[in-house]
Design a binder for this molecule. Structure first.
Ligand SMILES: [Mg+2]
Length: 328
């Protein structure tokens, strides 16, 4: 089992990465690196709102659903996704999820509402990290839950594979040192039935860790068949395959430093709220809450609500449910 501090670290690590990255979302790598150097590294964040976006809102809703139902329940989670869109509470959403939410609102069942291929945004992976907390010792259940929560908004199997990669890596962060080759091989096996392109790239990932950052960035951007709507993006696009690979790379490059990991994610530019959210969740789960700077965790919020204390309480509830279930 993960510890309570790993539960809280995963959620707060995600929210901080998201909220820091949200400020520079869709900017080119050079602009994101300047922000890292001039603002984040020097903690010059007096003008930072701490607002996190859809990535962490939907990860939070997944945890609220789990806490309320006492289990992962895709029907309930889909209704929460429908509600946050229809009530206008979503912050910075993707097109695939927006269209799926409209179908849910129209009464389409949760497992048919997802936007079909070739819509392959990263919405399924950006919110999935809590699944890796809930199903630490049941990998079959983990893959099923990651797949089910993906279906709610995206039917493209590449989106399922990306969600499995993030949730699966979360479960591999709990014990001891991270061995990139071991993580990459296991996660590749889990993803392969859904997306062999991602599975093959994961096997190459450990070999990238000693390469110059920009060499890795160009390689990652070239992987998979990027939908036309994102080919012009500066840096890492919204496309699921490169955004998941870049987030895993950033975590595996600096497994012992939360700040190094999320700033590497941001150095890729592009969809940085999402890449930093996913990397932040992985790093926070591995290193626990204490590794996420308290100056930042105390400031994250969603329009002034769902701040530090609420998020910690939510993570505690989910931890209790998982712990009791695993004991029985
Ligand atoms: Mg976002």
């Amino acid at each position: 089992m993960p510890t309570l501090q790993q539960f809280t670290g995963c959620l707060l690590g995600q929210c901080v990465g998201d909220a820091l990255g949200y400020v520079i979302e869709s900017k080119p790598p050079e602009e994101c690196r300047a922000y890292v150097d001039n603002k984040i590294r020097t903690n010059q964040l007096a003008d930072w709102s701490g607002q996190y976006s859809d990535d962490s809102q939907l990860a939070r809703e997944l945890m609220i659903s789990y806490a309320d139902c006492g289990a992962f329940n895709p029907v309930d989670y889909a209704d929460r996704i429908r509600a946050i869109f229809s009530e206008g509470r979503i912050v910075g959403s993707g097109r695939g999820a927006l269209e799926a939410a409209a179908r849910l609102e129209a009464g389409v069942p949760w497992d048919q509402a997802g936007t079909p291929a070739p819509s392959a945004g990263n919405g399924t992976a950006m919110r999935v990290a809590p699944i890796g907390l809930f199903f630490a010792h049941d990998h079959t259940a983990l893959i099923r839950a990651a797949e089910q929560q993906a279906r709610i908004t995206h039917l493209d199997p590449r989106c399922t594979a990306g969600a499995i990669a993030i949730a699966g890596t979360v479960t591999l962060t709990y014990e001891g040192d991270i061995v990139p080759e071991v993580v990459a091989e296991q996660v590749s096996d889990w993803c392969r039935p859904f997306d062999p392109v991602l599975a093959d790239a994961l096997l190459r990932l450990p070999g990238w860790l000693d390469n110059p950052l920009d060499v890795v960035l160009e390689e990652v951007k070239s992987i998979g068949d990027c939908p036309a709507e994102w080919t012009g993006w500066p840096g890492i696009p919204v496309f699921i395959t490169p955004s998941v690979l870049w987030s895993l790379y950033a975590f595996l490059k600096s497994p012992s430093s939360y700040v190094d990991a999320i700033t590497t994610a941001m150095a890729g530019g592009g969809d940085v709220d999402t890449t930093a959210a996913m990397t932040g969740a992985l790093s926070g789960a591995h290193l626990s809450l204490d590794a996420v700077p308290a100056d930042w965790t105390r400031l994250v919020n969603d329009r002034g609500t769902w701040t530090y204390d609420d998020l910690i309480t939510l993570a505690h509830k989910c931890y209790e449910i998982s712990y009791v279930r695993d004991k029985s």
